[in-house]
Unconditional design. Structure first.
Length: 327
């Protein structure tokens, strides 16, 4: 059943790069985690993707802020309605924007703003092996293809996000994009492999950020670079906030660093040429409720009387973007 939906993965990149990877460990983990795709909890997403298997297109445009796949006039009315039901099955759409066969999907996060900030500072991705840690539905992976990377491997353990990516990948069949149901904690199975690692919006969700940075450094090839986007707090001291329970209504937040704290984490993990190229408060224009993400979002997570604080009374979130290199 799995191969029915992801036949594009053959031949496997593990075969192509077998001498450079801990291949057996990756294949074992992959087999264990693929079972999650077909559980009762995820059946609605599997069935949604299966419902549009006949829909395909040779037209796409990943060069601009909106990831565009297919033209509206390519589908007959019945296909258009069926496709609309499939994309609605993935609400709330949290990363975007997308335009799929003329359907404009305004996601909760303006991921295009993040990519526009990052793009001027990175080395060209042409012919590079790239990791997208926490790739979600693949928005950034599709944007990366414009630069013709050798391969982009997305790490994302959530089955829903796999199917969300898959509904688009089935249509456009980008042969250098690969989705793994793995987390950042598995990156060390790719020793000295990646030329570029993107770790966007992930680090503060883990209890050992310096340890994870060390694993990512192991996975970088010599002279490789890492791009970190980390939520944090304002301040001059190299300290981090540890919420007692929730932060901005979110669970699973461990450490929210200041800029200098984040830079120190990278230095302690062994990175060099550390450069924070963006630091600013997270805005309610960048993360907000939309028709495609009808959920509480940043405006609801901030104190209604003082938007410099969260609803819990903590400092409101900042975003820090840092680039660093491995010698």
């Amino acid at each position: 059943m799995f191969d029915e939906f992801i036949g594009y993965l053959a031949p496997d990149y593990c075969d192509r790069y077998s001498t450079h990877l801990e291949r057996e460990a990756i294949l074992t983990l992959r087999q264990e985690r693929q079972a999650k795709l077909f559980t009762q909890q995820n059946r609605q997403y599997q069935e949604a993707v299966a419902a549009i298997q006949d829909i395909e297109s040779n037209w796409f445009d990943f060069s601009d802020s909106v990831v565009k796949i297919g033209r509206k006039d390519e589908l007959i009315a019945e296909q258009q309605q069926r496709f609309l039901q499939t994309v609605k099955a993935f609400c709330p759409w949290k990363k975007g924007p997308f335009e799929l066969f003329g359907i404009n999907i305004d996601a909760e996060w303006r991921s295009d703003w993040k990519w526009a900030r990052i793009l001027p500072y990175i080395q060209s991705l042409e012919n590079r092996k790239v990791a997208d840690i926490g790739c979600h539905n693949g928005y950034f992976m599709f944007r990366m293809t414009e630069q013709k990377p050798d391969c982009v491997i997305g790490f994302e353990p959530v089955a829903k996000h796999f199917w969300n990516f898959q509904l688009m990948q089935n249509i456009v069949q980008q042969e250098n994009l690969f989705f793994e149901l793995l987390g950042v904690e598995h990156i060390h199975f790719f020793p000295n492999f990646f030329d570029t690692i993107f770790c966007l919006g992930i680090l503060y969700h883990h209890p050992d950020p310096i340890g994870l940075l060390g694993k990512m450094k192991q996975a970088l090839a010599p002279k490789g670079e890492i791009i970190i986007d980390c939520q944090g707090i304002p301040g001059e001291l190299p300290v981090s906030l540890t919420p007692r329970k929730r932060y901005a209504q979110a669970r699973g937040i461990w450490f929210l660093p200041t800029q200098s704290c984040l830079e120190n984490w990278l230095a302690r993990a062994g990175f060099t040429q550390i450069n924070c190229f963006f630091a600013a408060p997270l805005s309610v224009e960048e993360q907000r409720r939309t028709a495609w993400a009808d959920i509480d979002s940043l405006p609801e997570f901030l104190n209604s009387d003082d938007d410099s604080l969260t609803v819990e009374g903590y400092p409101a979130p900042w975003r820090y973007y840092v680039i660093a290199r491995k010698d």
